[in-house]
Design a protein around this ligand. Structure first.
Ligand code: ARG
Length: 461
C-alpha cells in the first residue's frame, strides 16, 4: 500500500473491493487547486511555529508550485492506489521534494479539517461565478422589461384571467426572486468564509499552529469556533445546495410560463431559432427545450439538496466517512447551474413578444370586473355590495355575449341604481393598469421605479 496515508498498523493492504468503494479521486480531483492552496498556507503555519526552517519552507513552496503546474498540465493524475485527492497530492509532492521534506507537511492537519475547508473554498469560488451568471439573467429580464414599455398582458391567478398587468411588471416578478437568491448567496458566504483548517481530526492540534494565519492565506475571514463542529458539520454545503435548488425552482417557474406563452393557443412569444429546437420527424416543430431542461433540472437540484440532508440527518459527531457523500450532489448542482444559466439567459434575451396579441387578450375574461367594483367603492358603495353588483354585471354580460362596457345605461340601472354609465371611464385596460398606482403596483410609473430599484439592488450585491 505504498503512498497511502495510513497502513502501518495493518497487516495487509486494503482489499481491491474496499479500494474501489473508498476511492473518491474521480470526483474530488477537481479540488486540487484548493488542496494545494491549503498546503501552501499550512506550510507557512508550520514555518511560523518553527517546524520548517526558512530554506525548508522555500523548497516546500517551490515544490507545491511545481506540483500545481504538473497537475495543471495533466502530467500528474490520480493513480489506481490513490484513495483521494489529498493522498494523491501528498504522494506526488513527495516525488518532487523527497520524503524527508514532503513527509513533514501533514503534521497538525487531518484530511477531516482539510476537506471541510476545501469544499468551502470550492463553493465560494463557484458562488461568485454563479452570481455573475444570474446577474446576466436578471439583466436580460430587465432589458426585456424596459423594451416592453407600457405593453399590457392578461395577469392570471389560477391560470385564469384575473386583472391586466404590464408585461414589464410580470417579467420583473421573475427577476426579484433571482435577486433574493443572490442575496442569499451573499449572506451564505459570510458563514462559509470561516476556516476549519487547524481543527485537525476533530479535537484541534497540539502543535501550536496559527489557524488565523491559514485562514488569512486562504482569503477566509476567520476560523471555526469549535473544532468538532468544524469537521462534522456540512450545513454550509446544504445551505448552498438549497440556494441552488431555489434558483432551479425560480428558473422552472419562468420556464413554465415561457412554454405556455410559446404555444399556438397563447401565442404571446416567439423563441429565437438559436435558442429553440426542432423535431426529428415533424418538420414544422419549434420546441422550447431550454425551458423544459430548466424545468427538469430543477428536480435534480432539489434531489441534490434532499439527498444531502438525508445523508447528514443521523450522523453522530464528529467526522464520519458518510460525509464524503456531500461532494457529488453539490458539485452536480454547481455544474448544472453553470451549464444551464448561459443558455437560459440567451433564450430570455432573444424572446420576441407579440404585444398586440397580449393587449387584445388583456381585457377578456371580464378581467376589469374588479375595476367596476372599485369604481362603486369610490361612489361610497360598501365593497360587499359592490362585489355583488359587479358580479351581477358579469353574469348579465356573459349570458348576452357582451363586454362589461357594452350594456346600455338602462341595463346598468336595472342591475343596480348605483351602477351608471360613468363606470365606462374605468373600463379600459390602460385605465385599469394606470389606476394601480400604489407601491409595487402595475401602473407604468410604479413599474419604471421598480426597474430602477432592481438595478440598484443588483449593483449592491
Ligand atoms: N475523502 C474524505 C471526504 O471527502 C476525506 C477524507 C477523510 N477520511 C477519513 N477516513 N478520515 O470526506
Amino acid at each position: 500500500n505504498e503512498g497511502a496515508l495510513w497502513g502501518a498498523r495493518f497487516a495487509s493492504g486494503p482489499s481491491p473491493e474496499l479500494a474501489a468503494l473508498s476511492r473518491s479521486t474521480h470526483f474530488d480531483w477537481q479540488l486540487y487547486p484548493y488542496d494545494i492552496a491549503g498546503s501552501r498556507a499550512h506550510a507557512k503555519a508550520l514555518a511560523a511555529a518553527g517546524y520548517l526552517d526558512d530554506a525548508e519552507l522555500e523548497r516546500m513552496l517551490d515544490g507545491l508550485d511545481r506540483l500545481e503546474a504538473a497537475v495543471d498540465a495533466g502530467q500528474i493524475v490520480p493513480g489506481e492506489g490513490d484513495e483521494d485527492v489529498h493522498g494523491a497530492l501528498e504522494t506526488a509532492l513527495i516525488g518532487i521534494v523527497g520524503p524527508e521534506l514532503g513527509g513533514k507537511l501533514r503534521a497538525g492537519r487531518s484530511r477531516n479539517d482539510q476537506i471541510a475547508t476545501l469544499v468551502r473554498l470550492y463553493l465560494l469560488d463557484h458562488s461568485r461565478r454563479i452570481t455573475r451568471l444570474v446577474i446576466d439573467l436578471i439583466d436580460a429580464l430587465a432589458s426585456q422589461a424596459d423594451a416592453a414599455g407600457d405593453a399590457v398582458m392578461p395577469g392570471r391567478t389560477h391560470l385564469q384571467h384575473a386583472q391586466p398587468v404590464l408585461l414589464a411588471h410580470q417579467l420583473l416578478a421573475h427577476a426579484w426572486p433571482l435577486v433574493r437568491d443572490l442575496e442569499r448567496l451573499r449572506d451564505w458566504s459570510a458563514r462559509a468564509s470561516l476556516s476549519p483548517y487547524g481543527a485537525g481530526a476533530l479535537a484541534g492540534s497540539s502543535l501550536g499552529l496559527d489557524p488565523q494565519l491559514v485562514a488569512r492565506e486562504l482569503g477566509l475571514t476567520g476560523v471555526s469556533e469549535n473544532s468538532i463542529d468544524a469537521t462534522a458539520s456540512r450545513d454550509v454545503v446544504a445551505e448552498f445546495a438549497f440556494v441552488a435548488a431555489q434558483l432551479g425552482v425560480d428558473l422552472s417557474r419562468l420556464s413554465e410560463e415561457i412554454i405556455l406563452w410559446a404555444t399556438r393557443e397563447f401565442g404571446f412569444v416567439k423563441l429565437d431559432d438559436g435558442y429553440s429546437t426542432g423535431s426529428s420527424i415533424m418538420p414544422q416543430k419549434k420546441n422550447p427545450d431550454i425551458a423544459e431542461l430548466a424545468r427538469g433540472k430543477a428536480g435534480r437540484l432539489i434531489g441534490n439538496l434532499t439527498g444531502l440532508l438525508a445523508t447528514l440527518k443521523g450522523l453522530p459527531l464528529a467526522y464520519n466517512r458518510d460525509l464524503q457523500e456531500d461532494k457529488e450532489p453539490v458539485f452536480d448542482s454547481v455544474e448544472t447551474l453553470e451549464v444551464l444559466l448561459p443558455a437560459f439567459t440567451g433564450m430570455v434575451a432573444t424572446l420576441r413578444f407579440d404585444t398586440e396579441r397580449m393587449a387584445e387578450l388583456a381585457p377578456q375574461g371580464f378581467s376589469l370586473a374588479t375595476d367596476v367594483a372599485e369604481w362603486l367603492v369610490k361612489q361610497r358603495v360598501p365593497f360587499r355590495e359592490a362585489h355583488e353588483i359587479s358580479g351581477a354585471l358579469v353574469r348579465f354580460c356573459e349570458e348576452r355575449g357582451l363586454e362589461l362596457h357594452e350594456p346600455s345605461d338602462d341595463d346598468y340601472a336595472a342591475i343596480d341604481a348605483r351602477l351608471t354609465g360613468g363606470v365606462r371611464e374605468v373600463l379600459s385596460v390602460s385605465g385599469a393598469v394606470a389606476s394601480r398606482a400604489g407601491v409595487g403596483g402595475t401602473a407604468p410609473a410604479r413599474v419604471a421605479e421598480q426597474l430602477a430599484q432592481l438595478t440598484e439592488r443588483v449593483r449592491a450585491l
